[in-house]
Structures are given as C-alpha cells and as structure tokens.
Design a protein around this ligand. Sequence first.
Ligand code: GLC
Length: 607
Amino acid sequence: MDIFAERLKRNYDELKWLYMELYDNEDMYAELEKELGSFYGERSSSLKKIDLIREKDRDWYKQGDMLGMMLYIDQFAGNIEGVREKLPYIRECNVNYLHLMPFLDTPYGKSDGGYAVKDFRKVRADLGTMDDLDRLTEECHREGISVCMDFVMNHTSDEHEWAIKAKGGDGEYMSRYFFYRDKSIPDAYEKTVPQVFPATAPGNFTYINEAAHYVMTTFYPYQWDLNYKNPRVFNEMMYNFLYLANRGIDIVRLDAVPYIWKELNTSSRNLPKVHTIVRLMRIISEIVCPGVLLLGEVVMEPSKVVPYFGTLEKPECHLLYNVTTMATTWHTVATRDTGLLKKQLDIVNGLPHDYVFLNYLRCHDDIGWGLDFETLKKDGIEEVPHKNYLNSFFLGKTGYSKSRGELYNYDPVTQDARLCGTTASLCGIEKAGFEGNEAEMEEAVSLDIMLHAYLFMQSGIHVLYSGDEIGQVNDYTYKEDPSKAADSRYLHRGVFIWENAEKKSDKKTVEGRIFKSLGALEAIRKANKAFGVDARVITRDTGDRSVLCIERSFEGKSIIGIFNFSEEEKAAHIEGLQGGYRDMLTSKKVELPDIMMPGYGFFYIEA
Ligand code: GLC
C-alpha cells in the first residue's frame, strides 16, 4: 500500500465520522477524499521526505531549541526575494522558525495587516509570487529554518471572488457567508456576541447596499465571516490550506480560530464544532502533510486555550500562544509584583509536557489585559481600575513609568482598552533615547534584556518580533498614512531599520547590547537539555515580591533563573537552594540562598 493510502486508512474512520456528523453529505466527503489524494500527489518529493522524518520523530519541535521571529515581509526587506537575501541576518539572530506575516493578495487600505485575504493562492503583487515563496521555503529548509504563515480561515476580504459573487446576489456564494435580509437575526446575535474592535469596527454585522442584505463581519466590515456550516466552505478552505502547505510551509497559524463556528444565543466563540473542525484539519494534515504543524491563535483565557491541544488520542493544535503569561508579564512590569506571574507560571508548568506553547513578549497585535482578575481581587485589585492603571502606566502617565505606548480600541461602554508599543518602547528605551538620558537608558536596556532572559526560561518556542532583537522603538509614521491611521497596532509594526541593525556587534550601543545579550542567552538555551519541554520546572519563593525565581531540572541537572522586576536593588533569599553556584553568563561564583539583585538584573546560574 502506498504511503497516502496507508495514512488515509489509519485515519479514515474518524475523518469520515466527524465529517458526516458535521455535514451528513456523502458526495462532499467523497470529493474531499479525492482532493486529499490530489494534494498529496502534488506535494514535492523534498517535502514528502521532511514529512517522513517528522512522522518518525514526532517530538521534533519540542526540543527547546527553536527560536522564532515574526516579520512583515515588506517592512523587513521589501519583498520575498529581499527576505531570501536577508536570511544570513536571520541566521545570525539564531532564528530557526520564521513567521512571515500575512502576504497573500489583499486590497490596499482594506487589509487589516493582510488579514483580509482576496485570493488564497496569490501573493500580494508587490511582495512577489508563489514561485518566490517556493524558493524562499526551499532555501529556509536548506538552512534549517521552518517557515510559518497565517491561514486566515474565519473570513475573506469583501473583494474575494466569493464575496463579489455573493454581492451580485448569487445564492450559492451568499450561502458561504452569513447573509440576512432583515435585521432581526443580526440583532439577536448582537445580544450575545461580544465585539472584537469596539472602537474601530463596532458591531458584528455590516449592511451591504449592493446586495440589500446584512452580512456578518466579526472583525472589520470588509472581513466577511465564512459560514462553516456549508460543507463547500470547509472543503474549499481545506484545499486552500493544503495548497499553501505544499508551498513548503511548516507551521500554519490558524488565525482567529475560536471564531469559526457561530450559533445564535451563544458568544459564538470556542463552540464545540470549532474543535471538530480543528480536529478534522489535524487529521487531514496527518494524511497529506504530517510534517506540518498547526498553531492555534487562541487569544482567550487559559480555560479556553488548553482545549485546543485536544487530547493525546485526538490531538488538535500542535502549538498555542502563551497569551496569559505574556499579559501577566507586562502586569508584573507595571506593578513590580511577581505574585500573579508566579502563580501563572506554576499553572502552565503543571500542564502535560506535550503541550507546547509559543512564548512572546509582544506580537503584531495589541496587548489585551486578560489577567486572572479573580486572584487579583483577593489582593484588593479590581478589574476596571487596574486595567486603567496598566494602560496609563504603559502610556507613561503613571508613577515611575518610562513607557511610551498607545491605547488600542478604547471601549467607552466597558471602559476597556488594550495596549500597543514595541518591547523597547514599553521598557523605556524610546523615552531615554529621545531625552538623551543615559541613566534612564541603562535602566531601560536592563529591563528589556531581563524580560528576554525571563522569557527564555520558559518551556516551548520563543518568538521575537523582528526589531526587538535590536531594541527597535515605536514607529509613529502610521498616523500619516490614511490606510493605517485608525489602527494603532501599526505603531509596533514599523519598518525594520537596517542602519540600526549594523550596530549589533557594537556593545557600546543599545542595539549591540540587546543583540549580544540575546545571543548569549540563546547559546545557553541551545546547549542545555534542561531547557527542553521535558524538564521539571518550578518557581521558588524569593522573600521579595519583585524577585522571581524559576528552576529547570532535567536528568539531575538544574538551571536557575532569578529575575528582578523592580528598578531598585533587592536582597533576595532563595528558598530551598543553598551553596555555591556558577553564573552561566559571566562564570563568576554565586552564593545562595542570599543574593543581591541589581535593579532589573537577572542571573542564570547552575550548580
Ligand atoms: C488575528 C490577527 C489580527 C487580525 C484578526 C482578524 O487576531 O492576529 O491581527 O486583526 O485575527 O483576522
């Protein structure tokens, strides 16, 4: 039996069962199965080889040796060919996982950063062609770099071929979206469905004059939600997924996946059928392209996130974002209190080691304050005032803050707002640079490096946003571009400044200090098995609320990270550890349990 037939046989029962449960449609199932065979047939022999290797070594992405970088192709290097030419720089950053932000065809000015796709099989003309993408992924594979791309599966652009036909009144295409002649059903949905962009795109429906209908638009009015109740939508989107996987994509980011199934009288988020669809996708990828990983974009509270891993027998996503840890990290910066973070890390570290998280300090999106407010409440911290405090802190308006952030989607009704800014600007590097304040710069750079060091102590895969490796600050030019001005997320999606990257080897510069420090930390991480997902990870009491201690142990070897989230020097007392240790960065001796922690300082130590 050939490999495809064998994989299909292995998965047939569940695939067919779930498909029929969802759609009860034999013909559409038969078509799907036939198409899976075609996509397998079209898959290149080199990708099939990778599939076989990864099928045998299913834990290939769990070794703790992956470092990611996410970037917008145009902002980084103009076009795909430019990215290919810049691969040596990416290698120098020790990056072996490259997330190319949305690059498919999208209408100018109505793109939501590329998340409104006009054609899933075409690259945006100014960025290059599918052939360029093939070349880039091939070269990345030669260099040992895995490539990630977004699969924007919840919606299409209103200029997608289907949307255009639907606007023209073609019922077959209208049924691929959620169309309503009168407002009664949209109104009923609005009662229970929250808003994603309350300020920039209020409501979940848009009236389409040409079609004289309302259409569901959870995100921007030009992003039309796809109706996965229609098997044609599911099948076609799976073909698009496989087409892209066959371009050599290793990691497929399932954009906004919690939103893909809608039901009246529910929040239309994380519904059980979302999991059926993700499970079906996983099975389909196991059959056609088992080397491909699914990364779920589930920006939700922890109880909603973890189910997207599925179960051991019926896995769904391979990777998920560690979003609560990210938000809790910035809460810790603003409060200098590691209590909540310690609790959050203990929860994550207590999860099965098969769950691999993507850790990050910030991404292309805003930082939403999805914190464990129930725990904070016990310390007398209330949700709304605390969110207000965090936002004013990172806007640089509160107390000792040196941050330069901007608000995102302030909702006057709930008083909720999220936050934008690059890591460096949130750490104070922008302000200190602008004011020429050397002492403040020292502090800001220390905070920036300490945060990366703390991040690298977590299990999973780390993803840097391009530019953060050299402390790049906010870019305010988006305000002058009418196609971007209303969306403050562009503040932290600026053009990569190559001139600054040239300073990466000069330790006297901010760029050089951050770049070199990250390099040293990555080298330690790669050389030590204690950073793998199988390590036992615990936090220890430190006798000071500002100081966090994380210990990673594997095969009798422990590595301890101690981090001071305050700008003040702290005397810490590490519970349960005693004796002489070695500072892994300077080789100096360190004595525990009592240790002086410089402001925003950190240690990586081993016995
Ligand atoms: C995801 C993306 C975000 C986009 C949204 C709609 O959340 O990360 O940038 O606006 O999906 O596609």
